[in-house]
Design a protein around this ligand. Structure first.
Ligand code: 5CA
Ligand code: ZN
Length: 409
């Protein structure tokens, strides 16, 4: 699948700082040391509805990861999937009486437009679940043949006991895991499973649903977690730096994914850090496609809202916080954008050297974008109050804000 075009990342004077980031698995900060090529896998959308502010906030967090690494002169191998076949997509297509393939294509195209408008750097590999199926089948066969998976009425389940590290990503107790499994796509109450938490790897073809050739597995379609594992292992291998997504993916998705990968390879860990963004709410409840309490990026854009202001609104909250989208959040971002644009449009200004270092330090410190914004605010206020004589400063600020935070002034 093709991704979307990359906006240019201006080069900055000096060199960036190495990223320290909160890891869900250890519950602490990890100093990542990726070497010359940093590797990150970020879970992509299930394309049955348009990109909402919650999605955009999560992708903003991982765009910052990429930008911090690029600033250290590393290459970044960023991989993202599109869950272009799964229950919620098929259910929505039936509900709206549309072709599921057309629905997925249409919403993926809109996602690309939203990501481009928000200046989110594209992944190097953007891979759909459907195109990954030929790579998924042999992995499921291998898990089954090694005893890490078993068959139940034609479906194939992963046995969570096959991974001694199972539970280590989310650190949840058994009762919470069971509850979340039921809420988030699992089937803990299905009779005949070895462990209620065991997730499906391969679902045998169902009447009226799409299915693919699964070799010795028979016709069917892949489970959700193995989709991301197959794509990540194919393009990044084991031991990659960051596995990313929203906090609702920590369990079961990233827990199960890590266990699949660890059982397949015998290596540990799948990722050096499991990084999770907080949930954005609207009217007091998590924004979600299933609930329908959504603010779409595309709706805001069509109403004439500058994407740079949407981006600033996202950046004004720490990525790990749960927060609420309100009109005030957007108004504040619009006002900030206006102040910053005025400040960088003067021919000279206060020196920007210290500011660039402050922004770098804030972002390298667990992506503290709110602190980075405050640093730029301070420079802009100084510019407004007293100005300065550094002729290069406004340009440096403008380039730094774009390179490190994807905001085009
Ligand atoms: N296709 C799977 C991942 S493989 C999926 O979860 N798709 S999604 O469309 O439901 O979500 C895409 C990303 O947005 C996920 O990382 C999810 O955690 C994140 N996300 C969904 N809702 C919110 C929200 N309200 N706030 C923040 N992030 C969210
Ligand atoms: Zn995923």
């Amino acid at each position: 699948m093709h991704a979307w075009p990359a906006s240019e990342v201006p080069a900055l004077p000096g060199k960036g700082r190495d990223l320290r980031i909160h890891d869900t698995a250890t519950g602490g900060s990890v100093a990542l040391d990726p070497g010359p090529v940093a590797r990150i896998y970020v879970c992509g959308i299930t394309p049955y509805d348009a990109t909402h502010i919650g999605h955009a906030a999560t992708y903003n967090a991982f765009d910052l990861v990429q930008r911090v690494w690029l600033d250290t002169k590393r290459q970044v191998h960023y991989v993202q999937n599109v869950t272009d076949v799964d229950d919620p997509l098929l259910e929505r297509a039936v509900r709206d009486n549309v072709d599921w393939v057309a629905l997925a294509e249409q919403e993926t195209a809109l996602f690309r437009e939203d990501m481009t408008a928000l200046r989110m750097l594209p992944p190097r590999h953007y891979i759909g679940a459907v195109e990954a199926i030929p790579g998924i089948v042999p992995l499921v066969e291998r898990l089954r043949d090694s005893g890490a998976a078993y068959e139940l009425e034609g479906d194939v389940y992963f046995s969570v006991e096959a991974d001694p590290h199972f539970g280590g990503v989310s650190g949840l107790d058994a009762a919470t895991m069971r509850q979340l499994s039921a809420e988030r796509g699992g089937d803990p109450d299905r009779p005949g499973k070895k462990n209620p938490l065991d997730p499906m790897l391969w679902m045998a073809a169902r009447e009226g649903e799409p299915s693919w050739d699964g070799g010795s597995l028979g016709r069917g379609r892949p489970g959700w977690h193995i989709e991301c594992v197959a794509i990540a292992l194919d393009h990044l291998g084991m031991g990659f730096d960051v596995q990313g997504g929203g906090s609702d993916l920590a369990f079961p998705h990233h827990e199960m994914g890590a266990s699949h990968a660890q059982a397949l390879t015998g290596e540990f860990p799948m990722a050096k850090a499991y990084v999770h963004a907080g949930m954005v709410a609207l009217d007091g409840e998590k924004m979600s496609k299933s609930k329908g309490n959504l603010v779409f990026v595309s709706t805001l854009r069509r109403a004439g809202v500058d994407p740079a202001a949407i981006r600033l609104a996202l950046l004004s909250h720490h990525y790990r916080a749960d927060w609420e989208w309100t009109d005030q959040v957007l108004q504040d971002a619009l006002a900030r954008l206006e102040r910053w644009r005025a400040a960088v449009s003067r021919p000279d200004g206060p020196s920007a050297e210290a500011l660039v270092e402050e922004v770098r330090e804030a972002l390298a410190n667990d992506l503290d974008a709110p602190a980075a914004l405050v640093a730029v605010d301070r420079w802009a206020a100084l510019q407004e109050e007293r100005g300065g004589t550094d002729e290069g400063a406004p340009g440096v600020v403008s380039r730094a804000v774009d390179a490190l935070m994807g905001v085009a002034l």
